[in-house]
Design a protein around this ligand. Structure first.
Ligand code: PEP
Length: 243
């Protein structure tokens, strides 16, 4: 299975999200591909309803690890799962760096997703200075170690997204060969944690022009797309020409 995921972040309001979902829902996805969009929490339910009979799943951009209770402002993995989410982004760099989410929170969110059968899409990636100092692999392995060490995944699906921070939203996409190399490193590192294979996606300034370069590498199991997924003309090209 290969994956094309669209993270709509907080780019769209509810009306815009529903409109985009209607257009996206018309797209056909080739067998062997699994596609999903991640609307904001407010738009999750209407987008889910629009996409109910389409080829697209709906995911959560963020989840809380506590299931229910007195947790003001939180929406748990359990609530998202009950409401039809198939996936949840966990540890996206914007959550880590803007909202101060640390590895222990990321770990708890992964466990919460696994507990309720929501597939966590665990985002990891190095900063520019790590890369410039030859520490990209070290940084990513450290993130993986902190969230995977001792984790009981069983047969539950987990996805990893390699998203170098310097490539997110900058137009400075990681080259496909380097993304493939890093994904090889990640796959080798996470292999002992799962009986099957953990799919690893690339994310960071993917667009209609460069997407084929990533998908031409068998080792890259798909792409996680931010900005370009909110433009239906671009997203349509990506989905229809590459699945
Ligand atoms: C992302 O935020 O996950 C992402 C990949 O964003 P963009 O495609 O806009 O770089």
């Amino acid at each position: 299975m290969r994956y094309i995921f669209g993270n709509w972040k907080m780019y769209l309001n509810e009306e815009e999200s529903v409109r985009l979902a209607r257009e996206v829902g018309e797209l056909s996805v080739a067998p062997g591909f699994s596609c999903a969009v991640f609307p904001n929490t407010l738009s999750f339910l209407p987008v889910r309803d629009v996409l109910r009979n389409s080829s697209f799943s709906v995911g959560a951009q963020n989840v809380s690890w506590v299931p229910r209770g007195a947790y003001t402002g939180a929406t748990s993995a359990e609530l998202f799962r009950e409401s039809g989410a198939a996936y949840a982004l966990v540890g996206h760099s914007e959550r880590r760096y803007i909202f101060g989410e640390d590895d222990s929170a990321v770990r708890k969110k992964i466990e919460a997703c696994i507990d309720v059968g929501l597939v966590p899409v665990v985002c990891v990636g190095e900063e520019k200075h790590d890369r410039d100092n030859g520490k990209a692999e070290y940084r990513v392995k450290k993130q993986l170690m902190k969230v995977f060490e001792g984790l009981s995944i069983g047969t539950q699906s987990v996805i990893v997204a390699y998203e170098p921070i310097w490539a997110i939203g900058t137009g400075d996409a990681c080259s496909d060969t380097e993304a493939a190399r890093m994904i090889g490193v990640i796959k080798e590192y996470v292999a002992p944690y799962h009986s099957g294979e953990i799919p690893v996606l690339y994310g960071g300034s993917v667009d209609a022009q460069n997407v084929h370069t990533y998908l031409s590498h068998g080792i890259i199991d798909g792409v996680l797309i931010g900005k370009a997924s909110t433009d239906v003309t671009i997203f349509e090209k990506i989905v229809t020409e590459h699945t």
